[in-house]
Every structure is written in structure tokens, then in C-alpha cells.
Design a protein. Structure first.
Ligand code: AMP
Length: 278
């Protein structure tokens, strides 16, 4: 695996490879890799001539200084996992190269940028849109791979790609879970054993709410039941939303709808989601 720490040499490496018969598959990550990330690498390997993974803890998308400071960084281990997964190229830049003296651009992402995660983490999606735009411009990928785990992020990036006419195909990969249903996440590493046990509550809430909706129960009633359930497990529910997958507007029918949840277990904020009609 080739490792690039600077934009210039990576561009110089990729440019001569581009041709109609050649495709770059791009997997952006913030590192502390797990099986969820590796599923994206595998998907890219199956569809492209070259797979590039990036590991960059993007300061612009953090809305909480402690979360940025404590975000797990395990580069040596990540490199070994990527080699094992036969990833072709790793890009792990420094902040100076990515942001440095460049103007800090803002995006108007419309209402989708200000609800749910956007409401609890104001400015988060602007930081995501900014770094993904930079990375797409550096990498010029034919395909880019994201997880359904961050469903609203995928929605926003899809808007970005369509709005700015990026010539890239977006692929949304299914959520990889632990045996108890907890969605894999780099932040899970920060849970102590007791918190780790309680973290399965998020997936339980999603399953129970989906069952309730399919049984014809009122979503508002289900929401307050889940709130109580979380409280008994010492989990703080930030939101549980039932929305249309295509618009993120509140859903009133099962078809094409999704449940989204965010909750805090101790100091760690976790998110998850579930399609209702699957
Ligand atoms: P992150 O390193 O958290 O920024 O995640 C990098 C990419 O991996 C994003 O597109 C995530 O949605 C995706 N991802 C994170 N966790 C999972 C998971 N459990 N299953 C599948 N994809 C995931």
C-alpha cells in the first residue's frame, strides 16, 4: 500500500493513472478503523481499478472541542488493517495542508443541514461538506463509498454532489453491527465496559419503534416509551425521528421511511438508524 501524507504527491501519483478504462474508488474515514470501514474498502475493491482510503480527523466537522481531542487515533493499527484488506493507497494529510491559509468556505445546505444532527451539532455538516469537497477535488474519484450508519451525512453529500455537479457515483453501504446490534463506530472504543453494555439500547429502541410502527401504534407514543426506556438504562436520548428517506421530512407512511436515533451513553454520543420497511 502506498501512503501519502501530502496533497501534491498524491495528485501527481493519481493524475497519470486516469483514463476511461481506469477508476478510482474513494473511502473517506477518520481512522480508528473497524469492520464497518473495511466493508467500504471491500466494496470499492470489487468495483474499481484502484482504492484510495483517507484517514483524516477533520477539525471542521467537530462541534465539541473535547470530542475532537479525545477522538481515537490508531494510525499504525489502521495501516495494518488496510494492508490486510489490500487497500491500494492511503492518504493521511495534516491540517496545514488541508486547511492552512485556504479560505474557510461555507455552504448553504438547506433545511437538511439544520435538522437532526445539524440541530444538535450546528456547523457539523458544513465541515463535512467542506472536507468532502476538498477530498473529491484532490482524488477525482469515479466512485465514493459511505456508510448508511451516517444516513443524514450521506443525504447531505448526495445533495452536494448533485448541487456542485461532481462527476462521482456515491455508494451507500449497509451498517455493520456488533453481535448485540450496536452499530460499529470508532467512538465505541471510548465506552467503558458498563457503557458498552448499555449502548445496545440504541438498536433496541430502533427495533421496538419499528415494530410499533408496523403494528400501527402512534409514533409520538412510541417515542415517549423509548425515552422512558433510555432513562431506565441511563442513556440520554437526544432524538428519535421517523422521516422520509428521500426528503428527511417527518414520515407518515412506512414506505421509504427510516428511523434515526442519537443518544448519549456517559460522555459518548452515538447515532444509529434503521429502514422501517426492511
Ligand atoms: P468515520 O470514520 O466515522 O467518519 O466513518 C467513515 C465512513 O465509514 C463513513 O461513511 C461512515 O458512514 C462509515 N461507517 C462508519 N461506521 C460504519 C458501520 N458500522 N457500518 C458501515 N459503515 C460505517
Amino acid at each position: 500500500m502506498r501512503i501519502f501524507k501530502e496533497i501534491g504527491p498524491l495528485r501527481a501519483y493519481l493524475k497519470p493513472l486516469q483514463s476511461p478504462a481506469f477508476s478510482v474508488g474513494f473511502v473517506p474515514t477518520m481512522g480508528a478503523l473497524h469492520a464497518g470501514h473495511l466493508s467500504l474498502v471491500r466494496a470499492s475493491k470489487g468495483q474499481n481499478s484502484l482504492t484510495v482510503c483517507s484517514i483524516y480527523v477533520n477539525p471542521a466537522q467537530f462541534t465539541n472541542a473535547a470530542d475532537l481531542t479525545h477522538y481515537p487515533r490508531t494510525l499504525e493499527r489502521d495501516i495494518n488493517m488496510l494492508i490486510e484488506a489490500s487497500c491500494d493507497v492511503l492518504f493521511c494529510p495534516e491540517n496545514d495542508d488541508m486547511y492552512g491559509a485556504a479560505p474557510y468556505l461555507s455552504f448553504d445546505l438547506g433545511p437538511a443541514g439544520d435538522i437532526l444532527e445539524g440541530q444538535f451539532r450546528p456547523g457539523h455538516f458544513n465541515g463535512v461538506a467542506l472536507v468532502v469537497s476538498k477530498l473529491f477535488n484532490i482524488m477525482q474519484p469515479q466512485r465514493a463509498y459511505f456508510g448508511q450508519k451516517d444516513f443524514q451525512q450521506f443525504f447531505i453529500i448526495d445533495q452536494l454532489v448533485r448541487g456542485l455537479k461532481y462527476d462521482v457515483e456515491l455508494v451507500c453501504a449497509p451498517i455493520v453491527r456488533e453481535p448485540d446490534g450496536l452499530a460499529m463506530s470508532s467512538r465505541n472504543m471510548r465506552l467503558n465496559p458498563d457503557e458498552r453494555n448499555r449502548a445496545a439500547v440504541l438498536y433496541q429502541c430502533l427495533l421496538q419503534t419499528r415494530k410499533g410502527i408496523l403494528d400501527g401504534e402512534l409514533f409520538e407514543a412510541l417515542k415517549s416509551q423509548m425515552n422512558e426506556y433510555c432513562t431506565t438504562q441511563r442513556v440520554v436520548l437526544e432524538y428519535l425521528a421517523w422521516v422520509d428517506r428521500k426528503s428527511l421530512a417527518p414520515a407518515d407512511t412506512v414506505a421509504d421511511s427510516i428511523l434515526l436515533i442519537a443518544a448519549r451513553v456517559g460522555d459518548i454520543r452515538l447515532i444509529d438508524n434503521l429502514f422501517v420497511n426492511e
